[in-house]
Design a binder for this molecule. Structure first.
Ligand code: G3H
Ligand code: 13P
Ligand code: ZN
Length: 333
């Protein structure tokens, strides 16, 4: 058993309470590689922002759970080396699919876990979430749960269609499970294709897709039921069209990729939404930088040559999200 406290990590409790009160959101960036981890830490330190580093079950499979845990421990030390005396870094399990996965993360140093029972019948979601909460709270680990279904593919939890969260269920669910935060479904979804072209309108000048707005009425109804309770938004990449364009003009193929407009996320961050999940945008930043690099330097084959601009681009993206979208800059300590 390794406690996250020994690793210098923190849980989400205080961080979320401050974010809800202050009208901003904590960035939750997924990572699978060392370059993503370095870029996240550099961005968080430079902007003086708390940060959630999250790993999916797939990331654990890709990178190895032990390596990821040491990377998170390394992230804390790296932040200190970069001049941040007291970094606030959470190591979070994204979309935990079972009690066993959550337990294994808690036992190996995670400070926060998500149990995603959103695809289960309501009572089963409550039962598994409650079981995880009871285990996690013994070690002061915080738990995120999910009500409502997001479309898109997540490792083990996949859904064809989204179903908005039912506001009438949230009091019963949060009271009976004891969860610390709740991910809700208001129209976001995972990946780089959040809406089908037929759900969007097209900008007559640029030809770019304009997605339908998020269901802010559902968010407001949830907030009314649970005043001040920490709400989480998954699937919150904006799919920057400049990256899509670079990718598509340098050998890639991402037709009609579309995300959530940043002004809608800014609006959400000012509400009880205190954690915003971003993964796809980092993948796009990395891919665009690498494709561009290879087009300009076909003779390069040292990974450091193309991973350096990729890391720099991700750092730029993370700083932009923190400062211009989530508003968590300067909120450390
Ligand atoms: O919600 C899903 C995250 O973007 C993680 O994606 O399961 O492919 O690692 P992944
Ligand atoms: P995106 O695919 O929109 O980046 O969402 C990531 C996410 O929700 C991780 O849990
Ligand atoms: Zn997610």
């Amino acid at each position: 058993m390794v406690s996250y406290k020994e690793l210098g990590l923190v849980n989400t409790r205080e961080m979320f309470a401050k974010a809800v009160k202050g009208g901003y959101a904590i960035p939750a960036f997924n990572f699978n590689t060392m370059e993503q981890m370095q870029a996240i830490v550099q961005a968080a330190v430079e902007t003086k922002s708390p940060v959630i580093m999250q790993v999916s079950k797939g990331a654990r499979k890709y990178a190895n759970p032990t390596i990821l845990r040491y990377m998170a421990q390394g992230a804390v030390e790296y932040a200190k080396e970069l001049g941040c005396e007291k970094p606030e870094i959470v190591l979070h399990l994204d979309h935990g699919d079972s009690f066993e996965t959550c337990k294994s993360c808690i036992d190996s140093g995670f400070s926060s876990v998500m149990i995603d029972g959103s695809s289960l019948p309501y009572e089963e979601n409550i039962a598994v979430t409650k079981k995880v909460v009871e285990y996690a709270h013994q070690f002061d680990v915080t738990v995120e749960a999910e009500l409502g279904v997001l479309a898109g593919v997540e490792d083990e939890v996949a859904a064809e269609e989204s179903h908005y969260t039912k506001p009438e269920e949230v009091i019963d669910f949060s009271t009976r499970t004891g969860c610390d935060s709740l991910a809700i479904s208001i129209g976001t979804s995972h990946g780089a294709y959040k809406f089908k072209p037929e759900q969007c309108t097209r900008d007559p000048e640029t030809g770019l897709l304009i997605p339908p707005p998020l269901a802010f009425d559902v968010l407001e109804a949830v907030e009314k039921k649970l005043p001040g309770f920490p709400i989480v938004l998954h699937g919150s990449s904006s799919v920057p069209q400049e990256y899509v364009k670079i990718i598509n003009t340098h050998g890639g193929k991402l037709p009609d990729a579309v995300g959530i407009p940043e002004e809608q996320l800014r609006k959400a961050a000012k509400s009880a939404v205190c954690k915003i999940n971003i993964d796809s945008d980092s993948r796009l930043a990395m891919t665009a930088a690498i494709r561009l690099h290879f087009a300009e330097h076909p003779e390069h084959f040292d990974p450091r040559q193309y991973l350096t601009p990729a890391r720099d681009e991700m750092k730029k993206l993370y700083i932009h999200k923190i400062v211009n979208v989530l508003g968590s800059d300067g909120k450390l300590g």
